[in-house]
Design a protein around this ligand. Sequence first.
Ligand code: TTP
Ligand code: MG
Length: 577
Amino acid sequence: MLVTLIRRYARPYLPYIVAVIIFQLASTIAALYLPSLNAQIIDEGVARGDTDYIWRTGGVMLGVAVIQVATAVAGVYFGSKAAMAFGRDLRRGVFRKVTSFSAKDVNVFGAPTLITRGTNDVQQVQMLVLLGLNFMVATPIMCIGGIFMALREDLNLSWLVWVSVPLLVVVVGYLVVRLMPLFRSMQKKIDRLNGILREQIIGIRVVRAFVREPHETQRFGAANQELTDVSLKIGALFVLMFPAIGMILHVSTAAVLWFGGQRVDAGEMQVGSLTAFLQYLLQILIAVMMGTFMAMMIPRASVCADRIGEVLDVEPSIHEPLTPTVPAGRSGRVEFRNVSFAYPGAEAPVLSNISFTAEPGQTVAIIGSTGAGKTSLLALLPRLYDAASGEVLLDGVPVTNLARSDITTRVAMVPQRPYLFSGTIEHNLRFGRPEATDEELWDALTTAQAEDFVREKSQGLGARISQGGTNVSGGQRQRLSIARALVTRPKVFLFDDSFSALDVATDARLRRALKAKTADATVIIVGQRVSTIADADQILVLDKGQIVDRGTHEELLDSSSTYREIVESQLSTEAAA
Ligand code: TTP
Ligand code: MG
């Protein structure tokens, strides 16, 4: 998966990558050339007292050093550009994919892990690409070139290379192998800690109300301690790593000086060669170290790449038809034909054999006890889910054959638990139709009985709404979300229990105002209060996912015992209150 992802998302940045390779090649070769120039100055210039030679070679050395620095900077620049662009595109890819998910697809993963995959996991892969671009070319050339150059300086000391490099690989490799599982476990502990923190912040009121702070604090404390323990273990290994590497570097230096010094003494080697040899050995060791660090990132990044791949590979369970049918009329006629539906993984169907028609200008009301399937029924029209059997038709065309835009411009839903986005009131109201004018917004607010409280805000339409709409009351949120639906001027309105948080008087006023605004539209209302739905043209009584009775209020009072029970229970509770 790692390779696939990198291949797919890095392709547009191929020119950058080629630039990185060229610049790194140049900078590595320059870096390899420097110690040998240094040796020449010492052995030829200083030894013979040839000032001219020293100046000339020194000048060349300065030039090479400048080239080395400049190309190294350019390499890192293009490498970073490519890696960051890669990360951005990958994040965008995950985001687009998740946006195309149906409610069912989101449930398969769960929201928190989708968020982690789109952010943290992408970052891990991006990091590997960044380091890869920076070291991929330089490291092997440095190793091989370094060994070649070192041997050119002195063959007799070559055994030092063959001893110190494998030693370093073994030591660093051992520590890396010990570190890997700890890193993986740390990732999981961070996930867990985030999860607990998130839950506690969101549920803070409930935690307070039930005085669960001590218990929650303890739960958080335990997860926190686990993370600390893992971090400490990692720390302990790192504490070992740096002295171990330092030790190898220093012992190698001492060995080169010791054995090289003897050869210099014996006149078999020149001082310049000795320093050059030493510098090459250090270059090789540092390159090997970097290579090992990089290798350490690969497993971690590939775990992340797999997790990202799982998201990208999902075929959204609800997709648009390839050749959408264009409906003949656009009046907003809704028809359910023998519709059955079950939630994924549930054995019993939530809806069975639902058939009804809602004509434009009509109001169809749905009433039934909690869990009867009212919300599920509404969800089928905007295709939040697809029916298992039967057909849901909008203007005579099955919704599965309609283009998405054809549905969304004609159907507006006020969900049972309305959600507002962080931003301003205005921005929320224009959600479905960005080009709506201010007058239209105020008009919708008036109809939704929300004008007064918006006017009371000093910033009016510009008043801030926090994420989810948590800084307005439940009833205000419902009315804003009704106004949001009105602004889109749809042909079909779906109100899912949208008046439940309103007092009876406001409910009545709102429905009167709505009636005028929705005269030509098809209205489907889910209601709990009989008063909310009594004047509907058709009332469907839903019980355990089936329509048990249908008719107007008067007809149902006569014919439906279930309906009469509901009415009586409400009358008696009202009387009791
Ligand atoms: P709903 O359709 O949500 O029932 P409802 O809208 O009639 O109830 P309420 O008046 O309380 O709003 O649920 C019907 C059944 O489907 C219920 O048994 C729970 C189940 N269900 C799921 O399994 N998954 C879901 O995502 C939803 C919304 C419901
Ligand atoms: Mg419901």
